[in-house]
Each structure stands twice: as structure tokens, then as C-alpha cells.
Design a binder for this molecule. Structure first.
Ligand code: AMP
Ligand code: ZN
Length: 457
């Protein structure tokens, strides 16, 4: 079965074929590194990981690019308000550069713990200032920009197709505009380059043909995707919130400069909603993977929880549903463990599983086939070999699981956290001390790419 994917740009499911040979170029908008990722953000990266795994299962090479937004973007979508990175420095006392480095590493660690495959390329906005300046210069030369007292702006009315991705009602937006437009000429115009305020030294600022300043919110993605994947590549991803502004503006920049709509497929992960906790990064009160771990949940439980929903449906988080995911996942691990050594997989079951995934990443249907396998009367060796093939997509570490992998006490969790902090601070002596304390309690620590694993000695 050919791979079918929903494309937000065309608003339909289309047959996917790489544009060039067998290699798929895919760009995923990464985090703004001024705070920890919340579990909603992580749902989007889990959706992208599922997509990458399904592409690989189809035999494609995948060139997977993820950016790190380490330049301060403004809290408001209207290019006004405070700078997120500057707010982060006030909150933590770190410099903007330390802050970016700290939260980039925390993000990479979250992905590793969730068994998200490492992207082929990580790219940082601050490493690509020149490329962004050149992109803006090109837009300027082509007549798509204007200057105000605080920056260089994209003139969205110069581009007829502006807003197609989100099916924006441009005139309606302008009529209903309540936000302060400042000197912007039109409500959908956006900053390409912002000037450093007069007499103020920003922590992050660069020289440019327009004076000292910093890039606008969207230009890094157009500039870096062009550099690593070309002007027109296979798939661009992000969360659903990116449809009306960020991705709309990325397309506008690239269309105006290069004449392409940037990517052949535009794919969006729908939001995780919370019913009993807050989710906004800017309020500072939100759920992280660490909070789940502190409450005794293995990161694999969160991965399994997310696999339970289709990427194009919103999901609601609650502790009860996470608990239910844990119960199911343990049932799956225990069943697969009891099957012993793998034999030959059942081809028909594999075909149905991969067929469900090729139908626009139909994970709920694929998961139903997982449980069918568990209940089936195939020989244990067949079941084991089949589930191991499924796990190339599920990424739950089913073959490695064993009952000895224990649920650890609050005390050990606290120690593990303290050890992790010591390691982040490169305080190796303290980290070793804590390891000894954990050993004394009767556990063994093993450091794996997914983070520290604890087993009973
Ligand atoms: P940010 O760091 O805010 O740029 O967000 C990183 C990624 O998480 C983006 O792709 C967002 O679209 C996505 N995202 C933000 N909030 C949520 C949420 N509640 N559920 C799922 N994805 C989200
Ligand atoms: Zn982006």
C-alpha cells in the first residue's frame, strides 16, 4: 500500500512520493529554548517521530532537520511585547546564551528519554544569522518589505497567495483587528528584522545592513530549511497552532523570495489539552516530562499514551488516563516478555499493521492490531517476532523490557534527579556520591542514551 498523508495545504489526503529519488527531506519547527518543553510540545515531537519511523518503514531515507529557536521572540504574535529569551534570563539569572544552552540540552534529553529518534540535523537560529540577513535582503530587493521605526516588515498584501495555508480571511482579519498594529501597514504584516531599541544593549543582537538588531520570528525557518533541504522539499511539520501565523509567514517569505510553497506536504500535530493543569510555557506553570517522572511514570508510559490518539485529533491529558496507559503498557510488556524467543513474524498481521500506518498514520487502528496479536492464538515465537517488528514504529523497547526493571521509590527518584542536576552542572564528584547512595539502597544505575536506568541489584 502506498503511503497516504493528509496535507494541510491542500486540505486532503494525498499519495506521498519523495520529490527526489528515495530521500525524504523533512523540516520540523523546534522549540524556543527559554524554558522546559511541556508535555504538549512533546506530543508534537512524538507525532513527528512516528512520521519519520513510518517513512523509514516504507524504505525511504529520511533527512530530518529540526531547528532550535534560540533568538528571543516576542511574547505576542503581533511582534510586540517582551522578548521570551530576555524573560527567561530575568527568571533564571542565566545569560541568554547560557539559557539557550541549558534548555536545548534539557530538550534533547527529553527526546532521548521518549525514544524519539535523533534528527539528522539540529540547527540553531543564532548560528544562521548571515543566512537570515541574506534572505531579508533578497525580499527587500524583490520589493516585499518596508521599514518602520522598529524594524523591517514583510508587506503581506504584495503576495496574492498570502494566507492560503490557513485559508485566512484577510479582509475580515483587518476589519476585526483589535491588536495594536503599531506602524505595520496591514494586520498580517510581520517583522523580518527588528532593530535593537535606541540606547539599549540587548544580550543577543547582530550588525545588519539595517543596523543592530535581531531576526524576526519566522525568517530562521525559511533560511535554514533552504540551506539544509533546498527551496522546495518534501514535508514541513509543526503543531496546529503554527498554521495561521508561523507557517503562513514561512510560506509567504519563501514564496516571495524563491517562488515555491516551501514544502510539498504540510503536516500538523493537534494539541494536547489539559483538564487539571496549566499548559502555557509563558505562565511558568506547566507539566514537563520530569513532573511525570517525579510522579513515578516512566517516559515510555507517556509515549504509549500519545500513541493512543490519532495525530489529527486533539487529546486530553489527565492523570487517570496516564494511569490507564501505564496499566495497558505493562500488560503489553508482560505479554511480550512471556512469549520468549522470536521465531518468524506473521506476514498478514504485519501487512495490516503497516497498512493502517500508511493510511495517514492510523495509529489507533494499528494499536488495535497490536491487541489482536496479543489475544491471537499464534505460536508465541510468531507473536514475539511480529511485535518486535511493530516496535520499530512503537519505539517502546519491547524486546529489552524485563520484569526486573523495577518501579523505584520516591527517595530513589529524588536521588536520580539530584544526580542528573549534578551531571548537568558537570559536578562529577557529587554525581558519583549520589550514585553510591543509590547503590547503597540496593539499586544499580546504568547510563543509557535514553537517560539513567535503574534496576534492583
Ligand atoms: P514552541 O516551543 O512554543 O515553539 O513549541 C514547540 C512545538 O510544540 C511547536 O511545534 C508547537 O506547535 C507545539 N505545541 C505547542 N503547544 C502544544 C500543545 N498543547 N500540544 C501539542 N503541541 C504543542
Ligand atoms: Zn518554523
Amino acid at each position: 500500500m502506498t503511503l497516504q498523508l493528509f496535507d494541510t495545504y491542500e486540505r486532503e489526503v494525498r499519495t506521498f512520493q519523495p520529490l527526489n529519488g528515495n530521500t525524504v527531506g523533512i523540516y520540523c519547527c523546534g522549540p524556543t529554548v527559554y524554558n522546559f518543553a511541556h508535555i504538549g510540545n512533546l506530543r508534537t515531537y512524538l507525532f513527528e517521530d512516528l512520521l519519520v519511523r513510518v517513512l523509514r518503514a516504507n524504505g525511504f531515507e529520511v533527512n530530518h532537520v529540526v531547528n532550535i529557536t534560540d533568538v528571543g521572540h516576542l511574547v505576542s504574535d503581533a511582534d510586540t511585547g517582551e522578548d521570551k529569551m530576555e524573560l527567561g534570563t530575568q527568571r533564571t539569572g542565566m545569560t541568554a546564551w547560557e539559557l539557550a544552552d541549558f534548555y536545548t540540552r534539557a530538550f534533547e534529553k527529553d527526546l532521548a528519554r521518549l525514544n524519539v529518534q535523533t534528527p539528522s540535523i539540529w540547527c540553531k537560529a543564532t548560528d544562521h544569522i548571515q543566512e537570515q540577513i541574506e534572505f531579508v535582503q533578497d525580499l527587500e530587493a524583490k520589493g516585499f518589505t518596508y521599514k518602520t521605526s522598529d524594524g523591517i516588515y514583510f508587506d503581506s498584501r504584495k503576495l496574492n497567495s498570502y494566507g492560503h495555508l490557513a485559508r485566512l480571511d484577510i479582509e475580515g482579519l483587518q476589519a476585526g483587528a483589535r491588536v495594536d498594529q503599531g506602524e505595520r501597514k496591514f494586520v498580517t504584516d510581520f517583522a523580518l528584522w527588528k532593530f535593537s531599541p535606541e540606547g539599549e544593549q540587548r544580550q543577543m543582537e547582530w550588525d545588519s545592513p539595517w543596523g543592530k538588531g535581531f531576526p524576526g520570528w519566522h525568517i530562521e525557518c525559511s533560511a535554514m530549511s533552504a540551506k539544509y533541504l533546498g527551496d522546495y522539499f518534501d514535508i514541513h511539520c509543526g503543531g496546529e497552532d503554527h498554521i495561521p501565523i508561523h507557517h503562513t509567514n514561512e510560506i509567504a517569505q519563501t514564496e516571495a523570495s524563491r517562488g515555491t510553497r516551501l514544502a510539498n506536504f504540510w503536516m500538523h500535530g493537534y494539541f494536547l489539552q489539559l483538564d487539571d493543569a496549566k499548559m502555557s510555557k509563558s505562565t511558568g506553570e506547566f507539566l514537563t516530562l520530569d513532573v511525570l517522572i517525579e510522579r513515578g511514570f516512566d517516559p515510555m508510559v507517556y509515549r504509549f499514551f500519545c500513541l493512543g490518539g490519532h495525530y489529527r485529533s486533539q487529546m486530553t491529558f489527565s492523570w487517570e488516563s496516564l494511569e490507564a496507559a501505564r496499566t495497558s503498557l505493562n500488560r503489553l510488556y508482560e505479554a511480550a516478555f512471556s512469549w520468549g524467543e522470536p521465531g518468524e513474524p506473521d506476514q498478514d498481521t504485519l501487512d495490516r499493521f503497516f497498512g493502517a500506518l500508511n493510511d495517514d498514520l492510523g495509529m489507533p487502528k494499528a494499536m488495535a492490531i497490536v491487541w489482536e496479536l496479543v489475544k491471537s492464538d499464534f505460536a508465541d515465537g510468531v507473536k514475539k517476532a511480529t511485535i518486535i517488528r511493530f516496535d520499530e514504529i512503537l519505539g517502546l523497547g519491547i524486546a529489552e523490557w524485563s520484569p526486573e526493571a523495577v518501579e523505584v521509590s520516591e527517595e530513589v527518584l529524588e536521588l536520580l534527579k539530584a544526580r542528573e542536576t549534578a551531571r548537568v552542572e558537570k559536578n562529577w564528584a557529587r554525581a558519583d556520591e549520589i550514585r553510591d547512595e543509590i547503590t547503597a539502597l540496593g539499586y544499580v544505575i546504568e547510563d543509557t542514551p535514553e537517560g539513567a536506568k535503574v534496576t534492583r541489584a
